[in-house]
Design a binder for this molecule. Structure first.
Ligand SMILES: [Zn+2]
Length: 371
């Protein structure tokens, strides 16, 4: 890791650098204008305001309240306007376009199909509409000269009891763009072990899954997700820091669980801005990502909810660069970490690393040195 701030790593350079995103919620990334227009088109009348700028601000402020539970309340509105096939196609297509315009070359975007079935859509139609939207967004992004590939993760909600059904859908649609499975929703009171059957089903079917763990809750939740459920990645996982002690001499000592997570290269889907909003970290500068990166955990940088946090992948990197002095080489390390951890076939991951990511960073580095 470089320790000195690199003045050439400005927002524009960060935006042009190829990036990989593993943790982003479809219902957390709508354009404010789209929320307003879909509300009007679908007869959703509960928005706090229909002024586009005010609404954008409202989402960020409501999400800023400091608790995960209130943060999740903002989703009532985004999900409220996503109850038709047309709405799902539009939101997914715009998601792919927005990520591609931000320089993301590969993304896994997640959502819980059951949250979009209130208007009578079957879960299958929800999934097919989202996939059609991403296919359309990929086409538009390629036409704009910013190609992106998007896979989806189907989430089951912790507080509902449909994990098995969603897991079966993830397996059924795995050749149709669904890359894997996840468990989302409030951690408190809903340990991942409530869904052991679903995880066993996924493992039996050689399917991929990550689990939201170690965000609001601590080590027990991370331990369960890995050792009982078999999660390949940790959604957030930021509380693994609780198993690391830094002595007065600055030496870090890893507990057994932290050591296991690092030894096995279990990817951490870290989402700095989101963690600050929900109170899981006091600030970006004090976010455990600094220490976890220094200790060479398999750290990846993610957005979680771009609308609620008012962020992009590039703005997350810009904030980290300012706080920790990361340079292009560090950014490439985070990006390759994420690509290695994707639920995509090995040969395709390798291809993106060798033909898109490494050449992209090499080009930016040579511009910076001759610049
Ligand atoms: Zn999340």
């Amino acid at each position: 890791m470089s320790t000195s701030p690199n003045p050439t790593l400005d927002l524009e350079t960060i935006r042009r650098a190829p990036k990989v995103l593993l943790h982003d919620h479809l219902d957390g990334g709508l354009r404010p204008r789209t929320v307003v227009e879909l509300a009007e088109a679908t007869g959703y009348s509960a928005l706090p305001t229909t002024d586009v700028d005010d609404l954008g601000r409202w989402f960020r402020q409501a999400a800023d309240s400091g608790s995960l539970e209130s943060y999740l309340e903002t989703f009532a509105h985004t999900c409220g306007v996503m109850q038709t096939e047309d709405a799902l196609v539009r939101v997914a297509a715009e998601c792919a376009e927005d990520l591609a315009a931000d320089g993301v070359v590969y993304a896994e975007v997640r959502y819980a199909p059951e949250l979009f079935a209130d208007g009578g859509l079957s879960l299958e139609r929800v999934i097919e509409a989202v996939q059609a939207g991403f296919a359309e967004g990929e086409r538009r992004a390629a036409a704009a000269g910013t190609p992106i590939r998007v896979g989806t993760l189907l989430c089951a909600m912790r507080q509902h009891a449909r994990a098995q059904e969603i897991a079966e859908l993830a397996v059924r649609y795995r050749d149709g763009g669904v890359a894997g499975f996840d468990i989302a929703g409030p951690e408190a009171g809903y340990p991942p072990t409530r869904n052991l059957d679903a995880f066993e089903y996924l493992r039996t079917n050689n399917a991929h899954f990550t689990i939201h763990a170690g965000e609001a809750f601590g080590l027990a939740s991370i331990w369960e997700a890995i050792q009982h459920c078999g999660a390949e990645r940790l959604g957030h996982g930021v509380r693994i820091i609780d198993d690391i002690k830094v002595g007065a001499d600055g030496e870090a000592q890893l507990g057994r669980l932290a050591g296991y997570v690092r030894d096995r290269r279990i990817p951490l889907e870290l989402c700095p801005s989101s963690n600050v909003q929900t109170g899981a970290a006091p600030s970006i500068a004090e976010h455990p990502i600094g220490l976890l990166t220094k200790l060479r955990f398999r750290v990846t940088v993610n957005t979680d909810n771009r609308l609620m946090s008012g962020c992009t992948v590039s703005s997350e990197f810009a904030a980290l660069t300012e706080a920790f002095g990361y340079d292009l080489a560090d950014m490439q390390w985070f990006t390759i970490n994420a690509m290695k951890s994707a639920f995509l076939d090995f040969d395709r991951r390798l291809d993106l690393i060798n033909t898109v990511i490494k050449p992209g960073y090499a080009k930016l580095a040579s511009e910076a040195s001759t610049g």
